[in-house]
Design a protein around this ligand. Structure first.
Ligand SMILES: [Zn+2]
Ligand SMILES: [Zn+2]
Length: 195
């Protein structure tokens, strides 16, 4: 341990990063590493909980405050215009982010990219809060409400809420991996007509 910077505790470094981000909106990992006097590896370790909490998102070589994050115009899977509130975002291990028009596209994309995906971020259908897609519950086959991709996928943070919702609007509740399989199955079976 030499110098003031290196004796900073991880939580103090996180506070500094958040403080800078609030003013500067975006920071590169190299800048943070330089300012804190710690290795880039340490920076990545420090910011990991902030990324997991959804306070910040990683970009190529840096981080951004999530509220200031620009939303790309098109869904990364179906290329529809991303003008909806029920979007989903996927964060990859190599730090890039993809945006989806709705959870349907995020699940399909995940089916093909599972290995590379670090995190899936969704909005709770009822509360609009940011939640972790991998721990969320998915309602498939309910009444059409999003007006986006079909089969429609609604996301809920709590299983009870998804189940309660399905009593009024139909559909089946799935956990994350089961929802990924189910959407893929319904999409790939083009000849598998059930109507
Ligand atoms: Zn889409
Ligand atoms: Zn969609």
């Amino acid at each position: 341990m030499e110098g003031v910077q290196e004796s900073m505790m991880p939580y103090q470094r996180k506070e500094s990063v958040m403080h800078w981000l609030e003013k500067e909106k975006t920071l590169s990992i190299a800048t943070i590493s330089h300012r804190l006097g710690v290795s880039e590896m340490t920076v990545y370790r420090d910011i990991k909980p902030l990324v997991e909490k959804g306070d910040i998102a990683r970009t190529t070589g840096g981080i951004v405050l999530r509220e200031s994050e620009p939303t790309p115009d098109y869904c990364a899977y179906c290329l529809k215009v991303n003008n909806r509130i029920h979007q989903a975002q996927m964060l990859y291990g190599d730090q890039h982010i993809e945006y989806f028009c709705c959870p349907h596209c995020a699940l399909l994309r995940y089916h093909y990219q599972a290995e590379q995906v670090d995190q899936l971020i969704c909005q709770d259908f009822l509360k609009g809060t940011t939640i972790s897609g991998k721990n969320a519950f998915y309602l498939l086959g309910a009444d059409e409400l999003l007006g986006c991709c079909s089969p429609q996928v609604l996301v809920f943070e709590k299983k009870e809420q998804a189940e309660k919702f399905s009593m009024g609007f139909g559909g089946c509740v799935h956990s994350f991996h089961s929802a990924v399989r189910e959407v893929h199955r319904q999409m790939s079976g083009s000849c598998d007509c059930t109507e």
